[in-house]
Write a protein that binds this ligand. Structure first.
Ligand code: C5J
Length: 221
């Protein structure tokens, strides 16, 4: 066990039972010219965390620990896309429509890919998820259980949507959750702050938060 300085109190990291989950660092959310930007979002905040996420991934790889990547995407026939999700907000471009980087959030389309700087290595797990949470309608829990994972470090986007949802799902399933607070981002800085405050409130009711450097140092310690 290594004690990692964190909010609201130190996180006791058990490296042998710990995995990294990188949530939805996909071109359509992160890159200029993608779906996120076409909705009017400023993606520069999300793009800016790519080097920090890369450093976190490198730390896990160097320590020989499991790295899991997720992608929010749907089947080409949209059979796993509830109409309530497709129609939400009545946007001009909906999930499954032709977008700036192929069909929006459809598996196999360029926009659904993870940004090249963070692409999975051979042997790393990639979870395609139809929901915001990575446990919903996926085999993530089975994969983690089989590998004896009890602690999860989180990075990715967006903090208050898919990252927070997955942390809550994981927390309810008994995983201890640590958020790399500078390796996650939101289009809305106030939502990022609020999400981290909610996660760490009431004695880590959902989990802990700490900078990437503290996690990498603990992995190498
Ligand atoms: C994610 C979203 N990944 N905001 N999706 O957070 O729709």
């Amino acid at each position: 066990m290594v004690s990692v300085p964190a909010r609201p109190f130190p996180f006791e990291l058990d490296a042998q039972r710990c995995a990294l989950i990188v949530i939805d660092m996909q071109r359509d959310f992160v890159e200029r010219g993608g779906f996120g930007e076409s909705l009017g979002n400023d993606v520069t905040r999300l793009k800016a965390i790519v080097p920090t996420v890369a450093a976190l991934i490198a730390g896990f790889r160097e320590a020989g620990l499991l790295v899991i990547h997720t992608r929010e995407c749907h089947r080409p026939d949209l059979s796993d896309l509830p109409p309530a999700k497709r129609n939400r907000g009545n946007p001009t471009v909906r999930i499954g429509d032709p977008g700036p980087m192929g069909r929006v959030l459809i598996a196999g389309e360029p926009g659904a890919d993870i940004v090249p700087e963070l692409g999975p290595n051979n042997g790393e797990v990639v979870i395609d998820k139809p929901g915001k949470g990575a446990f919903f309608a996926t085999d993530l829990d089975a994969i983690l259980t089989r590998r004896g994972i009890a602690q999860l470090v989180f990075a990715g986007v967006t903090t208050e949507v898919c990252v927070q949802t997955t942390m809550r799902e994981a927390n309810d399933r008994g995983y201890e959750c640590l958020l790399a607070e500078d390796a996650t981002e939101s289009y809305f800085p106030e939502f990022k702050k609020a999400a981290i405050d909610m996660i760490t409130a009431q004695g880590a009711i959902v989990g802990w938060a700490t900078p990437t450097a503290a996690i990498v140092e603990a992995l190498h310690g």
